[in-house]
Design a protein around this ligand. Structure first.
Ligand code: FES
Ligand code: FES
Length: 184
């Protein structure tokens, strides 16, 4: 182990996990390359596309913008933690039903952004949905269909599989680190 490496501890999709990381290693890299959770995508690696969105301590974050050592002690939820192919999360099912998926590259980030919003506020306004998902870029479907699932009745989107985090932050502080949507 290199001298400057650190061991971090995460509660990752409900499990206690430890990773030895380099100082400049991102949370996204740890998730994809060490934990082999490849749902969060490396799109731009610059905080511009939100394909890497995960939920950290109840907030949607761009995992490419979070150093792994910053995440030490955090609870992290990825798309793999909310549903499976056989038992999809209601949001995943709603995206399918709405025709909001084509190539699917952006979809995990969109669903995690939507889930963070709905965990915090089960009754978001249309404007709040747009604000919460405004950074999630999609080359395939456009943006109308991907916003519809978040406006479905809250009871139809309740998760039975995962414990939910809560945050009192408003939509403006939604992103942990993102140049175009910096927290205020
Ligand atoms: S990979 Fe594009 S915002 Fe992280
Ligand atoms: S479905 Fe292809 S990038 Fe969004």
């Amino acid at each position: 182990m290199l001298e400057n490496n650190h061991t971090i501890h995460l509660t990752l999709n409900g499990e206690s996990r430890a990773f030895t990381v380099e100082p400049r290693e991102t949370l996204l890299h740890v998730l994809r390359e060490r934990a082999h959770l490849t749902g969060a995508k490396k799109g731009c690696d610059l905080g511009e596309c939100d394909a890497c969105t995960v939920i950290m301590d109840g907030r949607a974050v761009n995992s490419c913008c979070v150093f792994a050592i910053e995440a030490d002690g955090s609870t992290v939820e990825t798309i793999e933690g909310i549903g499976t192919a056989d038992e999809p999360h209601p949001l995943q099912r709603a995206f399918i039903d709405a025709g909001a998926i084509q190539c699917g590259y952006c979809t995990p980030g969109m669903i995690m952004a939507a889930k963070a919003l709905l965990d915090r506020d089960p009754h978001p306004t249309r404007e709040e949905i747009h604000a919460a998902m405004s950074g999630n870029l999609c080359r395939c479907t456009g943006y109308t269909r991907s916003r519809r699932p978040s406006s479905r009745p809250p009871g139809s989107l309740n998760s039975t599989r995962t414990e939910r985090g809560h945050s009192s932050d408003g939509a403006a502080s939604f992103r942990h680190c993102q140049p175009r949507h910096a927290a205020s």
